[in-house]
Design a protein. Structure first.
Length: 375
């Protein structure tokens, strides 16, 4: 009895304090709000440049899933962008221009174009499931030559060298064209309307990819990248995962191709060449391999650099239009992001996104197993 009386009473459970969101959350929210209001203030040139960056970011996320997270080198990413762009034109076109068109609703045409890119990736996926490294890179390089041959010679479908017009996107009664739409006394044209469509597509694609990387598929992909034999011993179906990621990457490229076509308003075969594939590889290396945010950062850097140099070529030394004795803005941009690519490989292997992720050791204590998947 005395033991019971002298035994201290259990302490009352203290209520858990809710953890406040970190400063990074507020930074992301502020950035998102800023992106929402930009169409009210930016001129058409910068809106189009931003749309090119969004489309590039979507395609770069897909390539980063394949190359950065799974370790599969692909040189044929531009081929799947072309499938998405021209697939949308073929599904949505009404044939009034003399080219093949099914006249489907544009929202359905966009979905089918992304699916067509996935089907094209699925046709190639058995090869992607069995090859790796430089062998897969050489195999996918053949897709570029096949695609260029088809785009230039299948005139009834692609329009040949001159390309074909892109039908404006329409959904829920809203057409994304230059028909005037007043929003808060600001006239919204094609670029302003497509800006919000691009934001939605980029946000959805980024969140989906981040979920893949953080879940079991992401861990399996990283295991395949780091050590294929060990991944197979642990029960990971290596060939199946490689093939599935190749199809997923192709669908991301197809979605980027659809958005690019809507921004350009005309598809041109020569754009979807080997240079475009090399630019996408530069995006994911400069931004950060295996990271969704790294793909976005690299895409913004590589896609906006030529636009900025073109805009301010008159004020920059040694940069001028062709034939005036200087370097053209396009060539200067290639030199600059080529130099950035070398600098990142030598001095910052994690890419530009690692600069923002660096923290003091005291504040960055976290389980080592959660560091690799984003990301």
């Amino acid at each position: 009895m005395s033991d019971v009386l002298t035994k201290p009473a259990p302490e009352a459970a203290t209520p858990r304090t809710r953890k406040l969101p970190g400063p990074r959350v507020y930074v992301w929210l502020a950035g998102f709000v800023l992106l929402l209001v930009l169409p009210f203030y930016l001129e058409r040139f910068w809106l189009q440049a931003g749309l090119f960056a969004m489309a590039a970011a979507i395609g770069a996320i897909g390539l980063n899933l394949l190359t950065g997270a799974t370790g599969q080198l692909s040189m044929g990413h531009a081929f799947f962008l072309a499938v998405g762009a021209y697939g949308y034109c073929a599904f949505a076109g009404d044939g009034a221009d003399g080219l093949t068109g099914l006249g489907l609703p544009t929202w359905l045409a966009a979905v089918l174009a992304v699916g067509l890119a996935g089907v094209a990736g699925g046709v190639f996926s058995p090869i992607a499931g069995r090859l790796r490294g430089a062998y897969l890179g050489i195999a996918t390089l053949a897709l570029i030559f096949i695609g260029q041959h088809v785009l230039f010679n299948a005139h009834d479908l692609t329009g040949g060298f001159n390309g074909r017009d892109v039908p404006p996107f329409s959904i829920f009664g809203l057409t994304f064209d230059d028909s005037e739409l007043l929003v808060a006394a600001v006239p919204f044209g094609t670029a302003e309307k497509l800006w919000y469509l691009g934001l939605v597509l980029l946000l959805a694609g980024g969140l989906f990819a981040r979920g893949v990387l953080r879940g079991r598929p992401g861990r399996a992909m990283n295991a395949i990248r780091d050590h294929q034999i060990a991944a197979g011993v642990m029960g990971v179906p290596v060939a199946r995962y490689r093939a599935a990621v190749f199809v997923l990457s192709s669908m991301y490229a197809g979605l980027a191709g659809v958005l690019l076509a809507l921004v350009f308003q005309r598809t041109v075969p020569e754009y979807f060449g080997m240079v475009l594939s090399l630019e996408y590889l530069a995006m994911i290396v400069i931004g950060g391999l295996g990271s969704v945010s790294g793909a976005v950062v690299g895409a913004v850097f590589v896609s906006l650099l030529p636009q900025i140099l073109t805009r301010y070529s008159d004020s920059l030394p040694l940069v001028s239009e062709a034939g005036t004795g200087g370097v053209s803005p396009g060539e200067a941009a290639k030199y600059l992001y080529g130099a950035a690519l070398v600098a990142v490989v030598l001095f910052l292997p994690g890419g530009l996104v690692r600069l923002a992720a660096r923290r003091p050791k005291a504040s960055s204590a976290q389980p080592s197993g959660t560091e690799g998947n984003d990301r």
